[in-house]
Design a protein around this ligand. Structure first.
Ligand SMILES: O=C(CNCCc1c[nH]c2ccccc12)Nc1scc(-c2ccccc2)c1C(=O)NCc1ccccc1
Length: 331
């Protein structure tokens, strides 16, 4: 079997996050989920979520599904590095993504979500595509959709083809040659503690020379920006007129009118250039002439994160074979 579904930016102006339609239950209930290779919980806004915490999201109502089953006594609770969080109970139900079906997928129903999820009206939940070791369900952790689907897939892979300010695609079980150019460079993945962790072969700022120092980080579709070591980030913003590291805004900002250099990162012998236009993320507040950078320091995080700003410059193969690898191709 295979599956293919669109990854649609939730805001036409800035690529904050992407959502993908899924169906849950019988008859099918359609929700838009944020596919997230940086976590491993599949959680949804639901009939168990207090209405005060729902603002326009679609919800999953297990009681309306003839195939839903309560996973008795199981709970979950997740907190992301930005302080956002959710928790709740667990059902199993039929689940499909782009024509690929999994019976009795664990669906984590939110009984509590933090304000940053309430205010993201276009996100009805998250679909974790990290390794199942990161799943937070207690007392028994649950498998991700990808782990449940793997045995049905021709090839144990999924691919991310995210795009700038337009819809991209997540494919499951096959690699679409029409989506990339040249050869795919595969690199080893360290699945411990559960992220798609790989090592980049270096970077360059604008037309500067390539620095071949290895950068270990995670391929994370659930994080908007790129977070790298401070030395790299300061080297980048040294080339941006008027850029400052703002305590007030929590990162590097610059005049929206500034000329930005592109940013190149290496995977094996292949080089990926993030165009300058991707490196300006958004005005710090609506209408402001101060913009927040798409590249920020990872010093407070503890891990380097290759988020959407980087991933949308490539076609990425998440190879769930044993051992797992990541494939990168230009497009
Ligand atoms: O959690 C994920 C992927 N799912 C995000 C789901 C999500 C969390 N709010 C959301 C809001 C909307 C949609 C999805 C999400 N990735 C990782 S690995 C390490 C960290 C981390 C650890 C410590 C400190 C910082 C990061 C994060 C992290 O918190 N990223 C989000 C972020 C990173 C920086 C700034 C903001 C957010």
């Amino acid at each position: 079997d295979t599956g293919s579904a669109a990854a649609v930016p939730i805001d036409p102006r800035f690529d904050i996050a992407y959502v993908t339609p899924v169906t849950i239950g019988t008859p099918p209930q359609t929700l838009q989920l944020d596919f997230d290779t940086g976590s491993s919980d599949l959680w949804v806004f639901s009939s168990h979520t207090p209405t005060s915490q729902i603002r326009g999201q679609e919800i999953y109502t297990p009681d309306k599904s003839t195939t839903s089953k309560l996973l008795d006594g199981h709970t979950w609770s997740i907190t992301y590095g930005d302080g956002s969080a959710s928790r709740g109970n667990v059902y199993t139900d039929n689940f499909t993504v782009g024509g690929l079906a999994v019976a009795s997928q664990a669906i984590q129903c939110a009984q509590q979500v933090s304000s940053s999820f309430t205010t993201e009206e276009s996100i009805d939940g998250l679909l974790g595509l990290g390794f199942s070791t990161l799943n937070t369900v207690n007392p028994a952790s649950q498998l991700t959709f990808f782990d449940n689907a793997k045995s049905k897939l021709g090839s144990p892979v999924f691919t991310a083809d995210l795009k700038n300010k337009q819809a991209g695609t997540y494919d499951f079980g096959f690699i679409d040659k029409a989506k990339y150019t040249g050869e795919i460079t595969y690199v080893p993945v360290n699945p411990d503690p559960g992220y798609w962790t790989f090592t980049s072969s270096g970077y360059a700022v604008g037309s500067g020379n390539f620095s071949g120092s290895p950068i270990t980080g995670i391929a994370d579709t659930g994080t908007s920006l790129v977070y790298l070591p401070t030395a790299i980030v300061t080297a980048y913003y040294r080339q941006v007129q008027g850029a400052t590291n703002s305590r007030n805004y929590g990162g590097y900002v610059f005049p929206c009118s500034a000329t930005l250099p592109p940013f190149t990162f290496g995977v094996g012998e292949t080089k990926f250039t993030i165009p300058a236009s991707y490196m300006s993320y958004a005005p710090v507040t609506d209408g402001s002439s101060t913009c927040f950078g798409g590249l920020q320091s990872s010093s407070g995080i503890g891990v380097n994160i290759w988020g959407d700003v980087a991933l949308k410059a490539a076609f990425v193969v998440f190879n769930g074979a044993n051992p797992p690898t990541l494939g990168w191709a230009t497009k």
